[in-house]
Design a protein around this ligand. Structure first.
Ligand SMILES: *Cc1c(COP(=O)(O)O)cnc(C)c1O
Length: 230
């Protein structure tokens, strides 16, 4: 089987898993958006997946996203790009130019930088607050104890541009309680988007209310070890 046929097969399998997990949870499959995480993978793989009707992508790095996606937009105006990696404040400008959604609003300084961009007249993409649900020192995200205050602050500053919450639970242990916590927190704040679940746990995330799952490896295959850690 060619690599592109294998890719289409894996995409189809992930789509079926998303749909069956949604149905099993009494939810509609169309209420769960699959974000295809294409980081480290080249334009050819992205084109194959686009050709199979996948329009929503995730990238970790602004520069990589800027190299891959703007050229595809004329032909695919419905394409949507989510930034899912840590965003440095000095990259905000570039991020606004390339992203439809920034999933990693993870600290007050970044909120300040986004507010400054808004003040300059820039249009903001959709924003998700990233919560460090496992309180892991190596991970980005607002601490769970500070989440309510930060979310309210962001709602006051960004209004309906703030659409939801995102998390990356600890790699070890059962992610279910973290997923349930995030979905509950989003509901309390009237936020519609809950981005959680990756290749290893997206079905679990859907059972707990994910509206967006971010799946890389299960679609595109494995990444080089170094890049995978970022
Ligand atoms: C890389 C990455 C993913 C995708 O991970 P897979 O395990 O390859 O599906 C999802 N979310 C974030 C934030 C990532 O950095």
């Amino acid at each position: 089987m060619s690599e592109s046929a294998a890719l289409r097969d894996r995409l189809e399998h992930v789509r079926e898993t998303v749909a069956s997990a949604a149905l099993a949870a009494g939810r509609r499959p169309e209420d769960v958006t699959l974000v295809a995480v294409s980081k480290t993978h080249g334009a050819e793989a992205v084109l194959t997946v686009l050709g199979a009707g996948q329009l929503v992508f995730g990238e970790n790095r602004v520069q990589e996203a800027a190299g891959k996606f703007p050229g595809l937009r004329p032909k695919h105006p419905d394409l949507s790009l989510h930034l899912i990696g840590p965003l440095q404040t000095n990259k905000v400008r570039e991020a606004l130019a390339v992203a439809d959604v920034i999933e990693t609003l993870d600290r007050p300084r970044l909120a300040d930088a986004l507010a400054a961009a808004l003040g300059r007249g820039d249009t903001l993409p959709q924003l998700l607050v990233q919560v460090n649900v496992g309180e892991e020192p190596q991970k980005a995200g607002i601490a769970p104890a500070d989440a309510d205050g930060f979310i309210q602050d962001c709602q006051a500053r960004f209004g309906d541009r703030l659409t939801g919450l995102m998390c990356i639970p600890p790699a070890e242990g059962d992610p279910a309680r973290h997923f349930a916590w995030l979905a509950d927190r989003a509901a309390r704040h009237g936020l519609a988007v809950v981005s959680m679940g990756m290749s290893g746990d997206y079905a679990t995330a859907i059972r707990h209310g994910a509206t967006h799952v971010r799946v890389g490896t299960a679609i595109f295959g494995s990444r080089p070890a170094l890049a995978a850690a970022t």
